[in-house]
Design a protein around this ligand. Sequence first.
Ligand SMILES: C[S@@+](CC[C@H](N)C(=O)[O-])C[C@H]1O[C@@H](n2cnc3c(N)ncnc32)[C@H](O)[C@@H]1O
Length: 331
Amino acid sequence: MDDGHPSTKRPQLACKCKNTCLNRVAQHPLQLKLQVFKTLNRGWGIRALNDVPKGSFLCVYAGNLLTDATANLDGLNEGDEYLAELDYIEVVEQMKEGYEEDIPEADKKLDRKEGKDGDSDENETSSSDEEDNASKTDKEDDDFRPGHIGLGLTEFNKRLRKRERNKKDKEKSETDEKEKEKDSKDTKDSKDKDTKESNADEDCITISDDEEVREPSRFNVQAGMGASEFISKYKSVRTLFGKDEACYIMDAKVQGNIGRYLNHSCCPNVFVQNVFVDTHDPRFPWVAFFALSHIKAGTELTWNYNYDVGSVPGKVLYCHCGAPNCRGRLL
Ligand SMILES: C[S@@+](CC[C@H](N)C(=O)[O-])C[C@H]1O[C@@H](n2cnc3c(N)ncnc32)[C@H](O)[C@@H]1O
């Protein structure tokens, strides 16, 4: 049966390592017992039926690959709740550039030397080394922060790409926004009291029908980290594509896998990583989900959609994640 995992659909790079290689993580099909269930007020969601250790790979986000233009059109016509913006050149390059910069130079030299001498064979590791490594790894796990370069999730700047809007539209949407902010606060206060089951769609209020200025909402699958201002030390892959190269979008509305049911939370227990499996082209990462903390069986799995509140003119989406630090709105 097709499990929706990209590896069943796409060719793998001719990697010579065995299937048991520990560097293969997202390439494996679903390993955990996950359940799709009906939430109280956010449509369907996913929960784990067993405890999930911190850092475990959960699943990928599979769907149809669209260009920016097709996604805009489809999003407006068919709905946009399953559009995931794939990471983009600058974001990926910025992450790679800072990678392991916090490792002391001496350690790097040692690694290089071991690699050269070929004496880094696992079999030659003494048992005391193993113990040292085990305790070191435990300690490292405690400090574990996803997202590279020593940044905690909260420090990331989110990015949701917008179409250019003309001045009049912009002013109109800014005025609308201010009024919405006021209304939404009043409405949210009364909504919070209402614990009855409601449909998430009812909370998506279309304020304007002006499709000209509406861009579909997409969750940004990777932290932007101010990528638009990022200037690489090295020659950027951008030079090969041109500055107007569009971003690619994964749309799980018609075809997708279990990843499409992951809801948003302002205090998520899942994080997302770009994984390059069948290509190193920075425009086409696999979008893979991992456990941000130890997740107890039965807990809903959620990630941070990284939407920018107010970024989609005419659309307000209230957040029902229930986290103490809930921002109140997704859009
Ligand atoms: C990718 S889908 C997630 C699966 C969805 N719940 C379903 O039933 O198919 C994203 C949509 O789920 C809903 N959703 C997810 N997280 C939410 C949250 N914290 N609060 C309100 N609605 C949420 C919104 O309607 C959003 O557009």
